[in-house]
Structure formats: structure tokens, C-alpha cells
Design a protein around this ligand. Structure first.
Ligand code: E4P
Length: 218
């Protein structure tokens, strides 16, 4: 499963990229607003920092302006993945961009039928929002499993399932168990994935015992 950082904060993404922990980045207008940084500059810096896809979302809602914005975002770097809302205009833009050989991420997917349309439009990724469904007491993990089952049933669908809106390491586990191709999460969840209290406890015991041996590794 690919791991993407869901953030527009260069300083928190950089160490994850340097450690080889992430395969890409997803941004959205809210993350850009939160970062207070210039959108195009940020996408350019991220695209230079990461080998993998950097999702950058159009702000237009109608096909023609969407395509103009997509063309501008595509100029930034070859690894910019054009993020489009799951609307009729977004799906149309997705189909056109697919024809031009661009990678796309169709976002704000909350149902199997929406995912089917994204796949038929040739999306590279469809972002299924797990956390926002859980927020309203609908099982976001079940949606991932259902989309996985449908995509596996129809091999012509090449779209990758991207688990998005993840709020905890439990959400990441659910995404992996559901067979998501990729999961995007805030940087702090990427680091939290490595943590376990028994790892810390075990390491402390090993270090204490090692200290008692008086040895060094040379
Ligand atoms: C996905 O690409 C979105 O940027 C993101 O996962 C949304 O997460 P949120 O529901 O926590 O805002």
C-alpha cells in the first residue's frame, strides 16, 4: 500500500520524504489555506521533494475553467497529479486529462457508485473519504472494502483506491485490510504508525541489558 502525506506543510513533509516513508503527497484547498502558503509555489516545492505523485486540486467547478486550471497545474512538474471533485464536470475533465496522459485523483468520493463513475472516467486514483463518513456514523472502512470488491470484479477498472480522510492509525489498518492501493494521512499519523508502547518498553530493556555487558560495537 502506498502512503501519501495529506498536507501542504513542507517542513513536516520533508523529514518523511527524506526517511523514504512516503510515496506521494495530497493537498486540498483547505490544507493550502491552513498552511498560509502560495499554492503554486507549494506544489512546485513538493513535486521537487517527492518522486511520486503530488495531488493538486482545481478550484473551478465547471469544465472549461477546470481544464484551464488543470493545464496550469500540469505545467508545474510531470509528477503533479490533477485533483478533481467527483462532480459531472470533474468526471468529464478527468476523462479528457486521462486522454492527455495526465494522472488524476478524483476526490470527495463517498459511495460505490461514485467510485464506479471515477473508474469509468479513467481516474488514476479515487479518494474515498473514510473519516468524514465515520463522522456521520457511516462505516468508511466498509466503503473501502466495497469499492475494492467492485474494482476487483471488473478488471477493466484500473483506478487505484485511495483511502483518504484518515484520522488515526486504526483507519490506516482498516485501509490496509480493505486492500486500498494507497492511503493518505496527516504526517503525524505516518509517524504514529511506527509507534507501539511495547516497542519502546522492549527497546529500553535491551538498552539497559546492553549497558550492563559493558560492551561496544566497533
Ligand atoms: C484527501 O485527499 C483529502 O485531502 C483529505 O484526506 C481530507 O481529509 P479530512 O476529511 O480530514 O479533511
Amino acid at each position: 500500500m502506498k502512503i501519501f502525506a495529506d498536507s501542504a506543510d513542507l517542513d513536516t513533509i520533508r523529514p518523511l520524504a527524506e526517511a523514504g516513508l512516503i510515496d506521494g503527497v495530497t493537498t486540498n484547498p483547505s490544507l493550502i489555506a491552513r498552511s498560509g502558503s502560495d499554492f503554486l509555489d507549494t506544489v512546485g516545492a513538493l513535486a521537487a521533494m517527492i518522486d511520486g505523485p503530488v495531488s493538486a486540486e482545481v478550484a473551478a467547478t465547471e469544465y472549461d475553467p477546470m481544464m484551464r486550471e488543470a493545464a496550469r497545474l500540469a505545467q508545474i512538474a510531470p509528477n503533479v497529479c490533477i485533483k478533481l471533485p467527483l462532480t459531472l464536470d470533474g468526471l468529464r475533465a478527468c476523462r479528457t486529462l486521462r486522454g492527455e496522459g495526465r494522472e488524476t485523483n478524483v476526490t470527495l468520493c463517498f459511495s460505490v457508485t461514485q467510485a464506479v463513475l471515477a473508474a469509468k472516467a479513467g481516474a488514476t486514483y479515487v479518494s474515498a473519504f473514510v473519516g468524514r463518513l465515520d463522522d456521520i456514523n457511516i462505516d468508511g472502512g466498509a466503503l473501502l472494502k466495497d469499492i475494492r470488491d467492485v474494482f476487483d470484479t471488473y478488471p477493466a477498472f484500473r483506478t487505484q483506491v485511495l483511502a483518504a480522510s484518515l484520522r488515526s492509525v486504526n483507519h490506516v489498518s482498516a485501509a490496509a485490510l480493505a486492500g486500498a492501493d494507497a492511503a493518505t494521512m496527516p504526517p503525524e499519523i505516518v509517524t504514529a504508525m511506527a509507534r507501539h508502547p511495547l516497542t519502546d518498553k522492549g527497546l529500553a530493556a535491551f538498552l539497559a541489558d546492553w549497558e550492563r555487558t559493558g560492551q561496544t560495537i566497533r
